[in-house]
Design a binder for this molecule. Structure first.
Ligand SMILES: NC(=O)c1ccc[n+]([C@@H]2O[C@H](COP(=O)([O-])OP(=O)(O)OC[C@H]3O[C@@H](n4cnc5c(N)ncnc54)[C@H](O)[C@@H]3O)[C@@H](O)[C@H]2O)c1
Length: 330
């Protein structure tokens, strides 16, 4: 395969580091990361050392906006993975009122770079655009549901959806080649609890023998997907995805309620922790909102791209647990 210049925005985030790890392993690729480190939880030097300081990896520590302004001096890109975004049920709260604007603006900047350089884009959107789908079942063929309550979470979802729609419409009238990924509840090593993600919180509490804090009754349904399966799916969308098409990347076999997840974490970590039901608004304020039930129809990615999610819930928990234990030893 010919050499590929690849831009990864948000490449030092949770998903971005795993994606980068896969991409740099191919010496035909040259990867350039743009990341302002605003929500990255990695130790950059340690991560680059872990990768072996590869010569085919360069980076700009700056915002997408800044990078877009100085792009004239950058090489042409063949592929762009766009991941940079505010994210997480808690992570989004402090950006209320600016989230949608920033997501749409940054995505447009990425589209301008792609139009200038001829790159194909994979835009990493979110399963939140379904707003809960049909009783949690989310298919690309269904209507998106805009909830009646105006919440910060809705602003994130609508911003991501507007960015998707802009890209797909742009691809219809300009020489832009783009596919969209909607990931479902990504989890695994290097995920930090900072943005409000549930699994790192449960595991940290279980390992410390502290109460596992389940929000409200814990009956919310999710489909957790291992970070390695997500990265595999994202790369397949880049290499095999159709222009203007949207792909759910989430493992329907891993459908589980949050209360069941808490019980599974306690069992697999052999923890003595109890489960404590809490009102998250008491912890994070009135702007906090739980996501509706959601689990994917993944048929399009499975049949059209040959995506085969391989990791079950227990492996996701155990792999995350190993990582969190290793961080505690550092
Ligand atoms: N983690 C999930 O469960 C999940 C689920 C669905 C969708 N997503 C999407 O996947 C993408 C990556 O999520 P993640 O979980 O890796 O989050 P993350 O916060 O770990 O990574 C995002 C990275 O982007 C960087 N960044 C943020 N805003 C930026 C900007 N304006 N300019 C440059 N860099 C910026 C951050 O520093 C961070 O390193 C996001 O677009 C998110 O919406 C994540």
């Amino acid at each position: 395969m010919s050499a590929q210049n690849i831009l990864v925005t948000g490449g030092f985030g949770f998903i971005g580091t795993h994606l980068t790890e896969r991409l740099v392993a191919d010496p035909n690729n040259h990867i350039h990361i743009v990341d302002n480190l605003s929500t990255s939880s990695i130790d950059l030097e340690a991560y680059l050392g872990f990768l072996g300081k590869p010569k085919n990896l360069t980076y700009s520590i700056c915002s997408v906006e800044h990078f877009h302004r100085k792009i004239a001096s950058e090489p042409d890109f063949h592929q762009i993975y766009h991941l940079a975004s505010v994210v997480g049920p808690v992570g989004v709260l402090s950006h209320a009122g600016k989230i949608a604007l920033q997501i749409v603006n940054d995505t447009d900047r990425v589209a301008q770079i792609a139009l200038r350089t001829g790159a194909r884009i994979v835009d990493v959107s979110t399963s939140e655009v379904y707003g809960g789908g049909r009783d949690g079942y989310c298919s690309e063929r269904d209507f998106k549901v805009i909830q009646p309550n105006i919440t910060v979470r809705l602003e994130y979802a609508v911003g991501k959806l507007a960015a998707e729609i802009s890209l797909i419409n742009m691809a219809r009238i300009k020489p832009l080649n783009v596919s969209i990924v909607r990931p479902f509840n990504v989890a695994g090593p290097r995920q930090s609890g900072q943005g409000g993600f549930v699994l790192p919180r449960f595991i940290t509490q279980a390992l410390a023998g502290e109460p596992i804090t389940v929000y409200n009754d814990g009956r919310m349904i999710r489909a957790f997907t291992h970070i390695r399966d997500i990265v595999e799916g994202i790369i397949l969308v880049m290499t095999r995805g159709a222009n203007g098409e949207v792909y759910n990347i989430g493992n329907p076999s891993n459908k589980i309620s949050i209360i069941e997840l808490a019980e599974r974490v306690i069992r697999l970590t052999r923890s003595n922790s109890n489960i404590s039901h809490v009102d998250p608004k008491m912890l994070f304020g009135p702007l906090f909102e739980e996501a509706n039930d959601k689990y994917p129809d993944a048929d399009r990615a499975i049949h059209d791209l040959g995506w085969h999610p391989a990791y079950g819930i227990d492996e996701i928990i155990l792999d995350s647990c190993e990582y969190i234990k290793s961080k505690r030893r550092d």
